[in-house]
Design a protein around this ligand. Sequence first.
Ligand SMILES: [Fe+2]
Length: 154
Amino acid sequence: MPKYTWEDLTEYPITPGYSVAQGRVIAGEMIAVMKNWYINPHKDGKGIGANQHCHPEEMWIILTQGECEFREGDGEWGTLKPGDVHFIPPYVMHEVRATEPYEFIAIKNLINGHSIYNTTWEPGAKEAWQKVVDAYDESKKFPNNDPWFEGSGR
Ligand SMILES: [Fe+2]
């Protein structure tokens, strides 16, 4: 059974183009799990986070320590506290800022040829992914009769 210890993994800047997060990544075949945190925060932690951006992956955030504010597009800012779970759909603009230093677990699907490190595409990868998206059958999105999804809050 593969087992990982966060402290044994290499620490990287996470999407340094728009974020000041630092983190560690465990990447499987289709999903990556990251433990991220914000370094060098202001004294009160405010204003540090990720500038507005989007990515083709969907992303789940589970705040584990501290507190931050989050918003999609030009929408209202919401507060995330430890234990809160936040879902960011693919290609939805979002941004985050600390109200105090914080740490979170992030979960992203992996897309062939798309870097979760800096969101760049390998040549031809974006077009290949677009074909997958275009072929996606919305009507088969989730099994409609699956009670787990009925109670999932989505
Ligand atoms: Fe993001």
